[in-house]
Design a protein around this ligand. Sequence first.
Ligand code: 6PG
Length: 468
Amino acid sequence: MEEKYDFGLIGLGVMGRNFILNVADNGFSAYGYDLDAEKVAALKEEGGHEAKVNASTNIKTFVNALKEPRKIMLLVPAGKIVDAVIESLLPHIDKGDILIDGGNSFFTDTDRREAYLHDKAINFFGAGVSGGAKGARLGPSIMPGGSKSAYQHIKPIFEAVSAKYKGEPCVAYLGPKSSGNYVKMVHNGIEYGLMQLTSEVYDLLKKAGNFSNEEIHDTFSKWNQGRLQSFLVEITSKILEQKDELGKGHLVDQILDKAKQKGTGKWTSQNAMDLGIPVPSIDIAVSMREISALKEERIEADKLYDRPDVKLLDKEELAKMAEEALYFSFIVTYAQGLHQLADASKEYNYNLDIAIIAKIWRAGCIIRAGLLADITEAFEANKDLPNLLLSDQFVDKIKSTVDSTRKLVAHAAANGIPLPGLSNSLTYFDAYTTSRLPLNLIQAQRDFFGSHTYERLDKEGIFHTEWE
Ligand code: 6PG
């Protein structure tokens, strides 16, 4: 009898093909499935030896080629296709088999699918995979959620293929049901926040410091050697030196300023609202993509309103302050996302360990950053830390960078340069660290017009006043 394969993968697009080749490189045999015969042929060609990598356009052949319990990963676009693929598999798979959705599925879809398949004794995992095409090929960060006992079957493969941070795999069992997809959703929310912040700092260096693209490239590249070391700072530096092959100058200057989105950032914000957890650095990043899409209206509005002449700052001084402000805002953005995860963990009974999440984000994923090693330590020191801003390890980092953030936000406001991510991060920090906010007045107003009652500082109980 022919030797069966360790791992099956459905969806041989770039991500799927790269993931399967990664599995094969790490000592496991893998079998791919796609309806597209060209993709199947391309994988077989690239995979080399048939005993290691094989593929088919026939679902029955695919399922029968796999060792039991079958471990089948889906790397197909989120949405109805996932349901359709599950239905096409059901007549062929057996009890105890394991299906893993590696896409950015909405977490409630994962819960629905998990419950549906649980009734049929099929194990279903939602496993966020981050790192893009290169990550899938060379080592992504993987965020799996599902049955803990079934995880033991996929653990060796996932640990082998994942990115490594100082030898430690960037994958871990995160929790039951949709926890893996939820964690990946918030990862993407943070990703939106960090991308918005880097784009603002790029703009600020240009407008308030007259930096050329080369100088911004140098600046980001220098920052990437220090405490801002991160994938997004690194690629920003690379983007800024890319020449335009279709014209003169740098490519970045020819790219239309309308940012697209597939929804994960918006879901993060929406669900944070449902939970009652503030994530304004993420909210504004979503809003900015929406504002960016209103290009034609922006062009009209630009003609109607004058903007102050920008007062230029000393380049060296500006770069120093910008590094501090970016570091400050990165911390605040991670703090908000992790706060949301801690709260979602209680709400949805995920039982998440935030230190483990920070740990598996240290390499492979889009939001990987040197900072995540410090964040891991902070949550390892205190598992129940409600917010990173309350961590002893972070107080000095914040104290030493907040002043520059204030100066730059103020300078940008006075000079008409939008820095919504930086200013939202600063405002969140100022509000979160203020013991008495003016929301006493809101309570009074609510009671005034709607008899909504209020509580007092000095007495227990619920109070109402006849204000007029
Ligand atoms: C990752 C990314 C990825 C996501 C892209 C695009 O972790 O590898 O988050 O999953 O699809 O970043 O997202 P938007 O199109 O919404 O920007």
